[in-house]
Design a protein around this ligand. Structure first.
Ligand SMILES: [Zn+2]
Length: 322
């Protein structure tokens, strides 16, 4: 049965989920070695020009022609419209329900989306909120509940989107499968619990969720420090120079921890320490470090900053004042 998405649905969907125009698409064919359907950034046919997300992209996603991945952070503001918590492991649903219960105690209404083995919890904001502050809130909750967070040396655990406090210019962060489309690997749609399994009913349901405000979020995280971060909310060159002089001892510098690097364009390139731990990245080029400002680095295989820092023995600290 073919599903049709009206223009109204497409617009409501954009309002709920789309925070920047860059996006990814899930491949139709499984990778021959791993059997997985990876996501890639689509570009205009025969060019390197990246495609930008439009109403038409969303319509195709909702109608099941393509499957889109969305980025949490808008790089011009370092803010997010939502937080998504992905739990996809044995007993994942138990952990999600604990998290959901705790969120509801705070007056936050999360929406629970089904997934292959667990689910995704979505929290929506009235206005886009700072990624760094969203992350403090969720990481603090997870800490209090004793939930495993993937990356901090753990293979299984919840994954929090946004995965970064801030992203550098030209960077994207991690994308999550956009809800209500067809998962290519499972070849089916995953719906939200709590509404009928039609696009209209689901969007109507999501539109009625209470939105968290900035004031509320700041209250939740009052007295809790941001996870120690190399990424300032609004990176500028002058700030970077000031920090390097004034704060030299406490600042993490990735170049002091990784082995040999080589220059490729604007970046230093080297083996990703987190990939290396699991025997990957033998060609030694997964980790890119921005030459101009080495506080910005990225693993092309998708290792989160926390994973890289943990692999280097310099884990990102989350100070917690209860
Ligand atoms: Zn890596």
């Amino acid at each position: 049965m073919r599903i049709k998405a009206s223009q109204q649905l497409v617009e409501d969907y954009q309002k709920l989920f789309v925070n920047r125009r860059a996006y990814t698409v899930q491949s139709f064919r499984p990778h021959p070695d791993t059997g997985r359907h990876y996501y890639f950034r689509p570009s205009k046919k025969g060019t390197d020009l990246p495609l930008m997300l439009t109403d038409e992209t969303i319509r195709q996603h909702l109608e099941g022609e393509i499957t889109v991945g969305l980025y949490a952070i808008n790089p011009s503001t370092q803010r997010c419209k939502w937080v998504a918590i992905d739990a996809d492991y044995k007993n994942a649903m138990e952990d999600l329900l604990k998290l959901q219960y705790q969120l509801v105690q705070d007056g936050v209404q999360p929406a629970l989306e089904m997934s292959r083995r667990g689910g995704h919890l979505w929290i929506f904001f009235g206005t886009p909120l700072l990624a760094a502050e969203c992350r403090v809130y969720i990481h603090d909750l997870a800490l209090r509940l004793g939930l495993p967070v993937k990356g901090a040396g753990l293979v299984d655990g919840i994954e929090v989107f946004p995965k970064h406090d801030a992203i550098g210019p030209g960077d994207f962060g991690n994308a999550i499968r956009a809800p209500l489309g067809i998962h290519r690997g499972a070849n089916r749609r995953f719906w939200f619990y709590g509404a009928d399994y039609t696009l209209e009913a689901q969007i109507k349901y999501l539109n009625n969720f209470r939105r968290v405000t900035e004031e509320e979020l700041r209250k939740f995280i009052a007295g809790k420090e941001l996870p120690q971060s190399e990424l300032p909310a609004r990176p500028t060159r002058s700030v970077s120079a000031g920090r390097q002089n004034g704060n030299a001892r406490s600042e993490f510098r990735i170049l002091e921890h990784v082995g040999g690097v080589r220059k490729v364009g604007r970046n230093y390139v080297t083996r990703c320490p987190s990939c290396a731990e699991s025997g990957h990245d033998r060609s030694g080029d997964n980790l890119a470090i921005l030459i101009e400002d080495p506080r910005f680095y990225k693993c092309w295989a998708g290792c989160a900053k926390e994973m890289i820092r943990a692999a280097l023995g310099c884990p990102v600290r989350i100070r917690h004042l209860a």
